[in-house]
Design a protein around this ligand. Structure first.
Ligand SMILES: *[C@@H]1O[C@H](CO)[C@@H](O)[C@H](O)[C@H]1NC(C)=O
Ligand SMILES: *[C@@H]1O[C@H](CO)[C@@H](O)[C@H](O)[C@H]1NC(C)=O
Ligand SMILES: *[C@@H]1O[C@H](CO)[C@@H](O)[C@H](O)[C@H]1NC(C)=O
Ligand SMILES: *[C@@H]1O[C@H](CO)[C@@H](O)[C@H](O)[C@H]1NC(C)=O
Ligand SMILES: *[C@@H]1O[C@H](CO)[C@@H](O)[C@H](O)[C@H]1NC(C)=O
Ligand SMILES: *[C@@H]1O[C@H](CO)[C@@H](O)[C@H](O)[C@H]1NC(C)=O
Length: 355
């Protein structure tokens, strides 16, 4: 029994704009709003439906059994603005799959089995603003992964298995505003990775295994407002790593990292606090896992911890001050001595000339 046929009278009563059989697409899809919206979600499709009209602007193919999509499958749907392919089992996407969808603004491929992005995959998607690839199986990204996506504003790569990202991967995306990389397997961030992302406002890197960041990695990111590094493996951080963010104001999340609370770290956090454009939102919740293994709060300064260092600094300072004072005194004494000598020579001369 076709469930659509069964609910048809009810739907017509509730929403007269909704059609099932006369819309040109397969019965399993719902079409409405002058046939520009086609909903084939949850229709048990293992192949793309046929007969979808070229006027379609919004096509929902989510929650089906699609495993691959051939090149040019959407050739006749040039008006498409939104294409939802989430919750299928798509693992293979050929080059030019989405050619020539030059009006497409949003493409949702979340929750599929995509492990590799072919260099020509995104060809013809010059208008795309939002690409969702969350919960797939991507591992390594490089400068060919996101070619042809120069207008992208939002990229979601949440919950893949991403281990490495080559430096030039995002270099063409100068309009990118939101980049989601949380729940992946990144261990380090090398400088230059985000360097061209002038418009980037949100960068989510939480729930990775990041244990080191190169100092320049967030340079300059002039629009960055939110940086999430929570739930990583950071034990220390350089002051300049965050100072180099040249944005008006940036909120930073750092909780659930195994902070090594030595004098350096305390100094870094103290300095970061004095930078008005940086906000360490969860600073009061940061805990140390080292050196003691206890989970003492980072903000509670152990007065003894830096005592030795303070003493050293004091000794050096005092030594330098003494040396400088001694030098000044000596110089002064020399000056006095020599002017005294001159004076006495002068007076001797005058004495002789007088006599
Ligand atoms: C599309 O259809 C599915 C399944 O019938 C339904 O759950 C979903 O809400 C529909 N989407 C919209 C936007 O109406
Ligand atoms: C998805 O496809 C793969 C083969 O590509 C298959 O092994 C797997 O069982 C499928 N998963 C589901 C949930 O259908
Ligand atoms: C960071 O993690 C990687 C991979 O787990 C490891 O090889 C490396 O030694 C770690 N680096 C630091 C500084 O802990
Ligand atoms: C960090 O991980 C814990 C446990 O894995 C989780 O409960 C928490 O929500 C995570 N925090 C963030 C900010 O994702
Ligand atoms: C800090 O932790 C407390 C309790 O665990 C929580 O209620 C609070 O929201 C956290 N604050 C921030 C800024 O994460
Ligand atoms: C760390 O351990 C030492 C000795 O084991 C103790 O004196 C010190 O108070 C501890 N510091 C913190 C911050 O718990």
């Amino acid at each position: 029994m076709n469930p659509c046929l069964w609910v048809l009278p009810l739907l017509i009563m509730v929403q007269s704009k909704r059609h099932h059989l006369s819309c040109g697409c397969e019965e399993v899809c719902d079409c409405w709003s002058k046939l520009q919206w086609v909903n084939c979600s949850g229709a048990l499709l293992s192949q793309l439906p046929t007969g979808i009209l070229p006027v379609t602007e919004h096509l929902d193919l989510s929650v089906n059994h699609l495993t691959s999509i051939d090149q040019g499958s959407f050739r006749s749907l040039r008006k498409l603005r939104v294409l939802i392919l989430s919750d299928n089992n798509i693992s293979s996407l050929a080059d030019g799959t989405f050619t020539p969808l030059d009006s497409l603004q949003k493409l949702d491929l979340s929750r599929n089995s995509i492990s590799w992005l072919s260099p020509g995959l995104w060809m013809g998607l010059g208008s795309l603003k939002e690409l969702l690839l969350a919960e797939n199986q991507l591992q390594d990204l490089n400068d060919r992964s996101f070619r042809h996506l120069d207008g992208l504003e939002r990229l979601n790569l949440n919950a893949n298995s991403i281990r490495s990202i080559q430096t030039r991967t995002f270099s063409g995306m100068t309009a990118l505003r939101q980049l989601y990389l949380h729940h992946n397997r990144l261990t380090s961030l090398s400088s230059g990775l985000f360097s061209t992302l002038r418009s980037l406002e949100v960068l989510n890197l939480c729930n990775n295994h990041i244990n080191s960041t190169e100092v320049g990695v967030f340079t300059p990111l002039p629009s960055l407002a939110e940086l999430n590094l929570a739930n990583n493996s950071l034990s220390s951080i350089h002051f300049k790593t965050f100072l180099s963010i040249h944005s008006y104001s940036t909120h930073i999340q750092l909780v659930n990292n195994p902070w090594y609370c030595d004098c350096d770290l305390q100094r870094v956090f103290r300095k970061l606090h004095s930078v008005h454009r940086l906000f360490l939102d969860d600073y009061h919740n940061l805990t140390c896992t080292k050196p003691n293994g206890t989970h003492s709060p980072v903000e509670v300064t152990d007065p003894e911890l830096c005592a030795a260092e303070t003493v050293t600094v004091l000794i050096i300072t005092v030594t330098v001050v003494i040396a400088v004072v001694a030098a000044i005194v000596k110089a002064e004494r020399n000056r006095r001595k020599s002017t005294g000598k001159h004076w006495s020579e002068d007076s001797e001369l005058s004495y002789y000339s007088q006599s």
